[in-house]
Design a protein around this ligand. Structure first.
Ligand SMILES: Cc1cc2nc3c(=O)[nH]c(=O)nc-3n(C[C@H](O)[C@H](O)[C@H](O)COP(=O)(O)OP(=O)(O)OC[C@H]3O[C@@H](n4cnc5c(N)ncnc54)[C@H](O)[C@@H]3O)c2cc1C
Length: 465
């Protein structure tokens, strides 16, 4: 068996692991990264990037279809047709381009990439088995766990055949006539909307009483209305009881307790993701856990000395930008810096139609934490740019402490509002007060003006509403 030694060994080449490795390489720390599948991890290969590519394509297709009807914009077009293999090639091309970019950045930073499956021997030793079955043993001073997460299955509805996870739903061999999505979180809604816009009949089954149940009801109402407008069949407060693959029928218990059947050619189960903690010897380290995730402190240290963990493996929020920020920080700490993971906010975006973005505290959370708060929202219907984008549904909301006007949260729903996440996170991270945003000149006409107007309104002096 070949053996080698390094300072930092990273298991997992997703956004957490590859960013940690790049930064460590930049700092001159001898680093080995082990990836068992494809560089870029879930995010780049079967998550953020391919899903947003399909969302873009589905939006374009739906827009073309609208123009083929009676378009208020005066555009007359023939009914569009979908070439699914070409669409998937385009999506895969974006993924490949970004994955090649990650490989090039790792190389440029001097990181050694081992393609193979890692198995932990102990906190300082890992065996890597490559595709040819060759094992290499790597010793390290620091072990960074960045193995990510996997789609959670539902009891009674195992993956296989017509029952698929988001991974398969992102590369369908064909489009089903009838798709049932189980779970109305952001992944289920994003993909359900894609399939609907591409012409499939789509039903969504959700155990709770609302779509996007993790977000506040005011924010998600426009999303539910839009799904209904698109013709998506919503079954809320309903529980899946089982799948009859032969008949192609999903048995569902309704809100009234009465069971009914939903016919489906494909079922997408999108009920969340579980940290990837098994199958590679992690149990042998007997790390302290936080539920199903690896427990970490503010420096991303696990309960074992010089064993670190980042990203989805460490639980919610399971977001690529959190994993990247943690990875960058761990590399810097190993390089000698004093850092803590204490962001003012980790923004979250749902690329639903319309989009939802949140950063910091909701009005309810803020009231519970700070007592007296002020909150104001500005409707996109009063924003010129939103009207020209045919995106008048939605609003931007700011939440601030009443006493000192310190902004503690932002929420928005509307087409294109995802791009406001940067402004939201920056104002929170920089400790802005309402006056800072209200007195910043925002370019006209932009959706950003709704951010300024929300702050003005919270100060009692909105100009355009
Ligand atoms: C459909 C979908 C859409 C999403 N959209 C967004 C979005 O818009 N924005 C957002 O922020 N997040 C999104 N996410 C979540 C995001 O993809 C994850 O939060 C992110 O990828 C987590 O990064 P990570 O580095 O922790 O793990 P991962 O990206 O999961 O990477 C872990 C890597 O470790 C490798 N690995 C695991 N075990 C081993 C082993 N034993 N040996 C070698 N290699 C191993 C895996 O092969 C994998 O490549 C989405 C997820 C999905 C599924």
């Amino acid at each position: 068996m070949r053996t080698e030694a390094t300072t930092l060994l990273v298991i997992g080449g997703g956004p957490g692991g590859y960013v940690a490795a790049i930064r460590a390489g930049q700092l001159g720390i001898p680093t080995v990264l082990v990836e068992g599948d494809r560089l870029g991890g879930t995010c780049l290969n079967v998550g953020c990037i391919p899903s947003k590519a399909l969302i873009q394509a589905a939006d374009e297709f739906e827009r073309a279809r609208r123009h083929a009807g009676t378009s208020p914009l005066g555009i007359r077009a023939a009914a569009p047709e979908l070439d699914l293999p070409t669409l998937l090639d385009w999506k895969d091309g974006i993924v490949a381009r970004l994955a090649n970019g990650v490989a090039a950045l790792l190389k440029k930073s001097g990181v050694e990439v081992l393609h193979g499956r890692a198995t932990i021997v102990d906190g300082k030793t890992v065996d890597v088995v490559d595709a040819a079955g060759e094992t290499r043993r790597v010793g390290c001073a620091h072990l960074l766990l960045a193995t990510g997460s996997q789609p959670a299955a539902l009891p009674g509805l195992p993956f296989g055949g017509a029952v698929v996870s988001s991974t398969e739903a992102l590369s369908p061999p064909s489009l089903p006539r009838r798709l049932v999505v189980v779970g109305a979180g952001y992944i289920g809604l994003e993909l359900g909307t894609v399939y609907r816009k591409l012409g499939c009949e789509v039903a969504i089954v959700e155990a709770l009483s609302r779509v996007l149940p993790a977000y506040d009801p005011e924010l998600t109402r426009p999303v539910a209305s839009s799904l209904r407008r698109l013709g998506v069949d919503l079954h809320l407060s309903c529980a899946v009881e089982g799948w009859d693959g032969g008949a192609g029928v999903l048995r569902v218990k309704g809100a009234d307790g009465v069971a009914f059947d939903l016919a489906a050619d494909r079922v997408l189960v999108a009920v969340g993701r579980r940290p990837a903690t098994s199958g590679f010897g992690l149990e042998s380290l007997r790390l302290a856990m936080a539920g199903s995730a690896v427990r970490i402190d503010a420096e991303c240290r696990t309960s074992m000395r010089d064993v670190w963990a980042i990203g989805d493996l460490t639980g919610e929020p399971m977001l690529a930008h959190r994993a990247m920020a943690q990875g960058e920080m761990v590399a810097e700490i190993i390089g000698g810096a004093r850092r803590r993971f204490a962001p003012a906010a980790i923004p979250a975006v749902c690329y639903t139609d319309p989009e939802v973005v949140v950063a910091g505290e909701s009005p309810d959370d803020a009231a519970a934490r700070h007592g007296e708060i002020t909150s104001a929202q500005f409707p996109l219907a009063a924003n010129g740019r939103a009207l020209t984008l045919e995106a008048a549904d939605g609003f931007v909301r700011v939440v601030a402490r009443r006493g000192d006007h310190r902004i503690v949260g932002w929420q928005a729903v509307g087409r294109g509002v995802a791009e406001l996440a940067a402004a939201f996170a920056q104002s929170l991270e920089m400790g802005a007060v309402l006056e800072d945003v209200a007195h910043t000149i925002h370019a006209h006409p932009t959706l950003g003006e709704a951010v300024q107007e929300a702050a003005l309104r919270a100060l009692g002096r909105a100009l355009h509403a």
